[in-house]
Design a protein around this ligand. Structure first.
Ligand code: XIL
Length: 302
């Protein structure tokens, strides 16, 4: 195929990007988006602060603009995200204990229910594990409601949208030898053994000099897949430029292609100037919307 989406579809996979509703009026942006990508993740518009700005008052206007774009170009949607320690609305940040637990579950039920049938996969829970060597859960108001908050969120999501794949999503879980990777692996293994509804694990894959593409990345993806879940690369960006960056993008693409249950790759933005990163050139298109060497490396690897 001559586009990322077409090339990925030849092996039954998708190729996606994060999309910001505020950029949909930019014709260069939407031109690349509709040409190249077969999956869309709202970059911020489905996060709890966006969808429930006041408790029990839901707001879907930004998200719906992206849903409409996806429909018009025939792309699917990854929902991101139902429960996270960041980008909580102010009212939620101030809650704790049983009240927070029930507010969180209500949020999951309402938002997943609102989009029932329209979402390919939901990142039900995002970034719940701590960095470093502890392998512990990240401390947060949600975690302090009890260790079972993650499985409770997954059960509520399944009840609200039985057809959506339900994912756990995190970063720094790419290196098989890291404690955080092992801790997430054990959680997924436990969920599968107890029948907690989980279908997929998302690897954000924000790579840079401090956190490069690990040499065992494919092994990590395969080991998770062997637990009986799909794996997806959900927020890919790789700092750098030129041949080095292109080689890293090729390595990541090849890793996904080598794992049967790696169902797709999503980059976290279209042009370098769309990146959430304050500086650098981590994406596949330059600021003018021109294809970079990294783009060609990915296309050729698909
Ligand atoms: C980022 C967005 O790209 C920014 O626009 C926003 O200001 C902060 O969040 N991990 C995630 C994403 O799961 O939701 C984050 O997105 C990037 C890191």
């Amino acid at each position: 195929g001559s586009t990322l989406g077409d090339a990925a579809s030849r092996t039954g996979r998708y190729f996606g990007t994060a999309v910001s509703a505020g950029k949909l009026s930019d014709s260069v942006y939407t031109g690349i988006l509709s040409r190249e990508f077969s999956m869309i993740t709202p970059e911020n518009e489905m996060k709890p602060d966006a969808t429930e700005p006041n408790q029990n008052q839901f707001s879907y206007s930004g998200a719906d603009r992206i849903v409409n774009q996806a429909t018009s170009q025939g792309a699917r949607l990854r929902g991101h995200t139902l429960a996270w320690h960041q980008q909580q609305p102010g009212w939620m940040q101030g809650m704790e204990g049983a009240a927070l637990r029930s507010a969180m579950l209500n949020h999951v039920t309402q938002v997943a229910g609102h989009y029932q049938g329209k979402i390919y996969a939901w990142d039900v829970v995002n970034e719940a594990f701590a960095d470093g060597g502890s392998g512990a859960r990240r401390d947060s108001n949600l975690q302090r409601t009890g260790d079972d908050w993650i499985e409770a969120a997954f059960r509520a999501a399944r009840a609200a949208d039985p057809g959506a794949k339900l994912c756990y999503n995190d970063y720094n879980t790419d290196d098989w030898n890291q404690a955080k990777t092992q801790a997430v692996y054990r959680m997924v293994q436990d969920f599968k053994s107890r029948g907690v509804p989980i279908d997929c694990v998302g690897f954000q894959s924000h790579f840079n000099a401090n956190s490069p593409v690990p040499s065992n990345y494919r092994t990590t993806l395969q080991n998770f897949a062997n637990l009986g879940v799909d794996v997806q690369i959900t927020e890919l960006d790789i700092e750098g430029s030129g041949t080095t960056q292109a080689t890293n993008y090729r390595t990541v693409t090849q890793a996904c292609l080598a794992v049967a249950r790696c169902t797709g790759i999503t980059v976290w933005g279209i042009r370098d100037t769309d990146s959430w990163r304050a500086s650098g050139t981590p994406l596949l298109f330059d600021g003018n919307g021109q294809k970079k060497a990294a783009y060609t490396a990915v296309l050729d690897a698909l």
